[in-house]
Design a protein around this ligand. Structure first.
Ligand SMILES: *[C@@H]1O[C@H](CO)[C@@H](O)[C@H](O)[C@H]1NC(C)=O
Ligand SMILES: *[C@@H]1O[C@H](CO)[C@@H](O)[C@H](O)[C@H]1NC(C)=O
Length: 476
């Protein structure tokens, strides 16, 4: 089949129509309702981590990217010895194209999307920027100043001349071009199109016309609503291009967010879940996700089996009939039968992360596993969190005019155990009531941690300064 993989940036659990939001997403809702909605589906709390797992099928403890994102001045990337999804699809006869946000490293040529398996690339390499100027600024350490540059590329070349063109519309057009050209020039080859929208990450910017349907009084939230609706229109346009060209009948669409909405930075929302982007609470990681395809024999239902962003790598490769015999050590599971045939999910455990560089919190327990370390693990219905999970309040969307329920826990607390099936809002910590489960979870964390590779998080490199490279972000 053709594969259309769409990633939305920072799209919150409560920011799509089919989750009861005031935000209008008719195209997404239609695809979700006429497809299979993944309602026990997880992503990582932030950007690079989710994308690295999407592209490699491996947990962060197995790629060295346990900590934070790759920032624009950092000489870091997904390790080159780990095959990426487009590389394997290309080896197996696919034509492979990417539009949008990379955020998996760009400090040297070898790690760019075009050298990681994509036949074409149109997009930006860092994690965020202005939607209209395609410029990004940041504080370059050591230089003691803010530096700025363009971050937009067509294959390897900088695209200097798109100022004023809103990225969601620009990326939709580029994706439609890919589909139309493919249909004309490579009709016999399967297509893999990875569309990673800038939307709806901060800064909140959108052409005014998209604000018209909204009378939300919180200005940031209103902008976000417009951004989501514009992205929804882009999803409609891209899927329409598949339909117009006849490719649709043999296409599988996967839609996923990269993490929870960010209530502070851009008024994304995950109500009624606890926490938001950056956190190990459900609001940071329980992702919006669904699959749609004319190839699905049954559809229109939610799937409640446990699933994770790392599962797409083996799932899509198997669906593509790819030879994966040389690939070992994956953390993802092939979840296709659970989606398409409603079989139980093969995934019973999910290591959310173990981050050895995050500032530790609280004191040790009487167990070998160091609970000051930031980590979280799911086993069946149970979830353990240790260390500092980030703020755990419950924030209703501004349009509800309700008060935030503040994080009730003291700063010294560093162990929580929840039954997420019965208590998805994480209100009732069971770590004292269920000591046997707690010990089992800590033993498992210890075992996972023993398989971790060293965490790679290099210092910023002043040579990355875009002002010394003609004014554009790129390899240095
Ligand atoms: C971009 O625009 C400038 C000014 O209009 C022009 O001189 C330049 O040739 C353009 N570059 C490209 C690559 O089209
Ligand atoms: C979708 O397509 C229509 C018709 O070509 C166009 O006017 C609109 O700007 C497109 N929307 C996006 C978000 O690309």
């Amino acid at each position: 089949p053709n594969i259309l993989l769409i990633v939305a940036d920072d799209l919150g659990h409560h920011d799509v129509g089919y989750h009861g939001s005031v935000i209008k997403t008719p195209n997404i809702d239609h695809l979700a309702y006429t497809g299979v909605r993944l309602e026990n589906y997880y992503v990582q709390p932030i950007c690079t981590p989710s994308r690295s797992q999407l592209m490699t099928g491996r947990y962060q403890i197995h790629t060295g990217l346990q900590h934070n994102i790759i920032n624009p001045f950092q000489p870091n990337a997904v390790p080159l010895d780990l095959p990426m999804l487009p590389e394997v699809l290309k080896q197996n006869g696919y034509s492979t194209h990417m539009v949008g946000k990379w955020h998996l490293g760009f400090y040297k040529d070898e790690v760019l999307p075009m050298n990681r398996g994509f036949d074409s690339y149109y997009g930006y390499l860092t994690g965020s920027e202005d939607y209209f100027t395609h410029r990004r600024c940041g504080a370059l350490p050591g230089a003691n100043k803010t530096v700025c540059g363009i971050d937009l590329r067509n294959d390897f070349e900088v695209d200097w001349n798109q100022t004023g063109k809103y990225s969601t519309q620009l990326f939709a057009e580029k994706a439609e071009d890919v589909v139309r050209k493919h249909a004309v020039h490579q009709p016999d080859q399967p297509l893999f199109l990875y569309v990673a929208f800038q939307a709806v990450h901060a800064p909140n910017q959108v052409p005014n016309e998209y604000l018209k349907p909204y009378d939300i009084d919180d200005p940031k939230r209103r902008l976000l609503a417009g951004m989501v609706t514009c992205m929804d229109e882009a999803v409609g346009n891209i899927t329409a291009a598949f339909k117009d060209t006849g490719l649709w009948d043999n296409t599988v669409v996967v839609f996923t967010t990269d993490n929870g909405g960010d209530v502070n930075e851009n008024s994304g929302n995950n109500w009624p879940l606890r926490g938001w982007k950056h956190s190990l609470w459900e609001g940071g990681m329980r992702g919006v996700g669904f699959v749609n395809s004319p190839l699905l024999k049954s559809f229109g239902y939610p799937v409640n089996g446990l699933m994770h962003v790392s599962d797409w790598f083996p799932t899509l490769l198997n669906l593509a009939g790819a030879n994966t015999s040389s690939i070992s050590g994956l953390d993802g599971h092939d979840i296709w039968k659970s989606i398409a045939e409603r079989e139980d999910s093969p995934r019973k455990e999910l290591l959310h992360n173990i981050d050895p560089l995050y500032p530790p919190r609280g004191s040790k327990l009487n167990h070998t596993y160091d609970v000051r370390v930031r980590s979280a693990l799911r086993v069946g219905d149970f979830k353990i969190i240790t260390g500092d999970p980030f703020t755990g309040s419950w924030v209703p969307p501004p349009e509800y005019h309700k008060k935030t329920i503040p994080d009730p826990d003291p700063r010294s607390k560093n162990v929580w155990l929840f039954n997420v099936h019965e208590d998805p809002c994480e209100t009732t910590d069971l770590s004292v009531a269920l000591p046997g489960v707690l010990t089992m979870m800590l033993d498992k964390l210890l075992a996972y941690n023993a398989t971790a590779v060293p965490c790679v998080f290099p210092d910023d490199d002043p040579r990355s300064n875009p002002e010394e490279h003609g004014g554009a972000f790129g390899p240095w």
